[in-house]
Write a protein that binds this ligand. Structure first.
Ligand code: ZN
Length: 234
């Protein structure tokens, strides 16, 4: 007889390094996006045990979007090399942007302070938090813009991520421009990140491997930040 599991928190330690899980834990019982898990008995080589059938949308919880998500772009999550999903993460706290405003080049430069390098994964946050994809009169999140996407392209980063501090979904023109510019240049988009407030450093190693399944336009990811690794710290 099994006992109920005790679920751990997002912060941990591996050897000398502090770890923070930056993903939302999905509970199929309460999740609003498509997520059905059916556990069933199975017999493998004479041993009766459990398997599960899983029916999910690829944009479930914290997810990484590949070019195949947008327009005529063709690269799915397996068409980029595995190391594209591992990098030096830089947390950019946008402290100059105005409520509901488009994020400007000046906002990014103030938050960056010359830290971002080619190949990095930029993770954005702002002082304004609101649940993504939920319409709220109190939603003051700044919006990702064409200008911001162009700045990321110039910086040659390989992914940009954010949680509930950044909006990408209410301004259609700028949402489309960001998808064109970012995904059109293999700059991945990581949405619905969590626990950014649990980070103790602004620079860390970040790992966000997608499910290794061909044809996925996007994949849920369990994002791990590892703090303190030489060469990946501030
Ligand atoms: Zn998405």
């Amino acid at each position: 007889m099994g006992t109920e599991p005790q679920y751990p928190g997002p912060v941990g330690r591996v050897g000398p390094y502090r770890t923070v899980c930056l993903s939302k834990i999905i509970d199929p019982a309460t999740e609003t996006r498509r997520c059905v898990v059916k556990r069933h008995k199975t017999v493998v080589q004479g041993v009766e045990d459990w398997h599960s059938d899983v029916d999910i949308v690829t944009h479930l919880g914290t997810h990484v979007e590949a070019p195949f998500h947008h327009g005529d772009l063709q690269k799915d999550v397996t068409a980029l090399p595995p190391h594209h999903y591992v990098g030096r993460g830089v947390l950019m706290k946008l402290h100059t942007c105005k409520p509901r405003a488009l994020i400007t080049r000046a906002d990014l430069e103030a938050a960056d302070a010359d830290r971002i390098l080619a190949g990095d994964i930029a993770i954005l946050d702002s002082p304004y938090h609101s649940e993504p994809f939920v319409v709220s009169p109190d939603d003051k999140r700044p919006h990702l813009s064409r200008e911001a996407a162009e700045w990321f392209l110039e910086k040659k980063i390989k992914a940009v991520g954010f949680g509930d501090g950044i909006c990408v979904e209410t301004n259609i023109e700028h949402c489309l421009a960001c998808h064109d510019i970012l995904l059109g240049n293999d700059i991945l988009i990581i949405e619905v990140m969590q626990n950014l407030d649990k980070l103790e450093h602004d620079v860390f190693l970040v790992v966000l491997m997608p499910l290794p399944i061909r044809g996925l336009d996007s994949s849920p990811v369990n994002v791990m930040a590892i703090e303190g690794i030489p060469g990946f710290t501030d």
